[in-house]
Design a protein. Structure first.
Length: 248
């Protein structure tokens, strides 16, 4: 009997530490499938960030380097330049990438560093207590915005996929979601595309994934999953914002 669905080779058989309903596990699988697809496990190096994704090395059977808070793109730049034949990816959340790491991600993209960035946007600081993040939606209640985010005081949520797409060194920038089976399949293709861009030396590749955080949102897993399409996509539209491989 031919199997039609099985665990990716690069994904370890490790019990998850993520909360019920969290989307990190789905995205981990999609990244692992992309690595398997290209057959580059032996030369892939992951850059772990500070946040819920800090235990990257527990899930992927590859070399992983831990970066200081927000500095994963800088660490990835160093790794890629020292080992140019390696396949380097960072895996980051919004508190890490869009807050303390804003400078690192922008300049890595602008330089056109040949790496792949997977960015999970769940509009909150997931690991440290559910504080307001740069991606927190207007009016959203967090532990540091108990009356809801006030854009007149805290500013507007940052749309990272659009911002990265504007930079000259970016080869690919897209936003996906994993709240339905169809979107999971589409997200998988997009992440595979982002790894392919690096392997084919076509520029910096960035994929933003809209994800759920039931614990810090104070919702059930089903409610949090529904919020992704019901609220998040209204402010963060899905789509490909830059792809230099597409003819004009």
């Amino acid at each position: 009997m031919q199997p039609v669905f099985e665990r990716p080779k690069v994904l370890k058989t490790t019990a998850t530490h993520y909360c019920a309903g969290c989307h990190h596990g789905i995205v981990h699988r999609l990244v692992a499938e992309a690595i398997d697809h290209f057959g580059v496990q032996d030369r892939t190096i992951g850059i772990g960030s500070v946040g819920c994704s800090v235990l990257l090395y527990e899930y992927f059977d590859i070399d992983v380097v831990e970066a200081p808070h927000g500095r994963a793109p800088a660490v990835g730049t160093g790794v890629k330049r020292v080992h140019p034949d390696s396949v380097v990816f960072t895996y980051q959340g919004d508190g890490d990438l869009a807050a303390i790491g804003t400078a690192e991600i922008i300049h890595a993209a602008n330089r056109g560093e040949l790496m792949t960035v997977i960015f999970l946007n769940n509009t909150t600081y997931g690991m440290t207590g559910g504080q307001m993040a740069p991606t927190t939606l207007p009016g959203q209640v967090t532990t540091t915005s108990p009356y809801g985010r006030d854009v007149k005081v805290e500013g507007y949520p940052i749309r990272m996929a659009e911002l990265i797409a504007m930079l000259g060194g970016t080869g690919f920038s897209a936003r996906v979601a994993v709240d339905t089976p169809q979107r999971v399949l589409e997200a998988g293709k997009t992440i595979r595309k982002a790894f392919g861009m690096q392997i084919e030396k076509q520029g910096f590749a960035f994929v933003e994934v809209l994800g759920a955080c039931p614990t810090n949102w104070g919702m059930s897993a089903l409610e949090a999953n529904a919020r992704v399409s019901g609220e998040m996509m209204g402010y963060f539209p899905l789509g490909v914002y830059k792809d230099i491989t597409v003819s004009a």
